[in-house]
Design a protein around this ligand. Structure first.
Ligand code: CDP
Ligand code: CDP
Length: 211
C-alpha cells in the first residue's frame, strides 16, 4: 500500500504522513528533505541557485543517509529548495530514489508536492493537505520563533507570510511537476483543524480509499 500525500508549505502534511506511517507501520519519506538537501549544499558551497548543471550533479550524488532533517529545516534552506526544485533535471535526478522508496515491499508513505501526480500516480491512497496561507504562516512562524530563528514580532510574521506566498507561487507555477490536486486525491483543509482531528480525517480518507 502506497499513501501519497501532497500539499503546500506548512499545511501539516509531514505531521500527518508521520502519523499515518506509524499507524500502518510503514516506512515514511519526507521528499522535501531531498530538495532541501540540494538547496543547502548549493548555499553552503556558494553556488548560484540558478546553476542547473551543478544542482543536477548534487542531486545525482545525494545520499539519503547524509540528510539531517533538523539542520535542513531553516528558512533559507526551504527557500533554496523551492528554487532548485523548479529545475527539471534536478527533479529527474531525484526520481529513481523516490520511486524505489515508494515501491518497496509492504508499501510506504511519501509526502511532498508531486507524489500523487508524478512519483506514485498508482498509489492506493492520495491525500492533498491544505490550509489558508495565513494559518500556514502562523504555524511556520511559531516553529521559527520556537527555534529562536525569528523574533516574536508582527513584522516577522508578515515576513513569513510573504515567504509562504512566494513559495506557493513558485511551487504551483512551475512547468515541471507543479503542485496540483491529483485526480482521485482527497482534499483535507486543516485551517480549522488541530492535529488530532486532522489525523482522524486523514485516516478516514485512507480507510475509505482502501475499501
Ligand atoms: O515543509 P515545507 O512544506 O515548507 O517544505 P518541504 O516539503 O520541505 O519542501 C521544500 C521545497 O521543496 C518545496 O517548496 C518544493 O519546492 C520542493 N519540493 C518539491 O518540489 N517536490 C517535492 N516532492 C517535495 C518538495
Ligand atoms: O510538512 P508540512 O510543512 O506541510 O507541515 P508540518 O511540518 O506537518 O506542520 C507545520 C507545523 O504546523 C507544525 O509545527 C505542526 O505541529 C503544526 N500543525 C498544526 O498546528 N495543526 C495541524 N493541523 C497540522 C500541523
Amino acid at each position: 500500500m502506497i499513501i501519497a500525500i501532497d500539499g503546500p508549505a506548512a499545511s501539516g502534511k509531514g505531521t500527518l504522513a508521520r502519523r499515518l506511517a506509524a499507524h500502518y507501520r510503514l516506512p515514511h519519506l519526507d521528499t522535501g528533505l531531498l530538495y532541501r538537501g540540494v538547496g543547502r549544499i548549493m548555499l553552503d558551497r556558494g553556488f548560484p541557485l540558478d546553476n542547473v548543471e551543478i544542482a543536477q550533479a548534487i542531486a545525482e550524488n545525494l545520499d539519503l543517509a547524509d540528510l539531517d532533517a533538523e539542520k535542513l529545516r531553516t528558512r533559507d534552506t526551504g527557500e533554496a529548495a523551492s528554487v532548485v526544485a523548479a529545475h527539471g533535471p534536478v527533479r529527474q535526478a531525484l526520481l529513481a530514489l523516490q520511486r524505489t522508496f515508494a515501491s518497496q515491499t509492504g508499501g510506504a508513505v511519501l509526502d511532498g508536492r508531486d507524489i500523487a501526480t508524478v512519483i506514485a500516480p498508482d498509489a492506493e491512497a492520495k491525500l492533498f493537505i491544505t490550509a489558508s496561507p495565513e494559518e500556514r504562516a502562523r504555524r511556520r512562524f511559531r516553529e521559527l520563533v520556537g527555534r529562536g530563528e525569528l523574533a516574536d514580532t508582527a513584522d516577522s510574521y508578515q515576513a513569513v507570510l510573504a515567504d509562504i506566498a512566494k513559495r506557493d507561487a513558485r511551487d504551483s507555477g512551475r512547468a515541471d511537476a507543479p503542485l496540483i490536486v491529483a485526480p482521485g486525491a482527497v482534499v483535507i483543509d486543516t485551517t480549522d483543524l488541530a492535529i488530532e482531528p486532522a489525523f482522524a480525517a486523514a485516516l478516514a480518507a485512507v480507510e475509505a480509499a482502501l475499501r
